[in-house]
Write a protein that binds this ligand. Sequence first.
Ligand code: CP
Ligand code: NVA
Length: 309
Amino acid sequence: MTPRHFLDIADLSREELRAILDEAHARKAARLDWPKAKRDEDAPLEGYALAMIFQKNSTRTRVSFEVAMTQLGGHTISLSAADTQLGRGETVQDTARVLARMVDCVMIRANAHDDVLSYATASAIPVINGLTDLSHPCQILADVMTIEEWSGDIAGKSVAWLGDGNNVCMSFVHAAEKLGFTLRIATPAAYAPRTQEIAAARAAGADVSISVDPHTAIANADVVVTDTWVSMGDTDKDARLAAFPPYAINEAMMARAAKDAMFLHCLPAHRGEEVTDAVIDGARSAVWDEAENRIHAQKAVLMWCLGKL
Ligand code: CP
Ligand code: NVA
């Protein structure tokens, strides 16, 4: 049987996505103010082990998956790719075969999206994309959950993405295809999201516009989102820092959005670059809820991957 991989939001049906989001909300509500490592009443993943492979740095993804598995009753093993035999040339395929005999699920944070696809093809157990150069689907589940908490149904809302057309932006594109919100992306021309992916999302029904004009994109938006201008692996830092300042989210930029617009950022933030202190620390910033929701959203992803949802 083909394992249930969670590689991109675009791969899931609307019903599967809704079931994951509903489970995330319900599990969060069921354990308000509990100690963080206390197991959920039903501990649905008792006895299950998750291995996490990191080719890149992480704070939120690593900690949220560890806490998520603990709350579900399971166990985690965290691996820095460089410390494993992958770092000495063992193939992705052989690693996948071995880990499938030792754990029940694998999460990978990789440089190249194709490496995660190759791993998944060789894996007899579910593989979760924990961020690649192309996408960051776990992040966007937490973002959608946060939008739903703050302002209800995401369908029909307008989301403005200002800055780099990067991996996090791409997962928003995939979510727009499934969840019926409008996505208005503004980036410098050289940093627009990949056209092939945008065309596929539009063909699947996504309402996505791309422009170079941040003011048009943010006008009356319900949700304003940005991310670092220099992602892990980007080598053109100076060119980026020169190109992106017109897309910075400051109070004047937020004033162009809807009156009660919320602000999201996957973090880590580069304060004074893509966002000012006043915005990220302001009343409309939902970034700390967004970070916490990584735990709740990923619990539902883990359950879905392991056939518990
Ligand atoms: N947002 C996010 O994925 O954070 P980390 O890089 O700290 O995991
Ligand atoms: N776009 C950022 C996200 C970090 C969570 C990066 O890839 O570095």
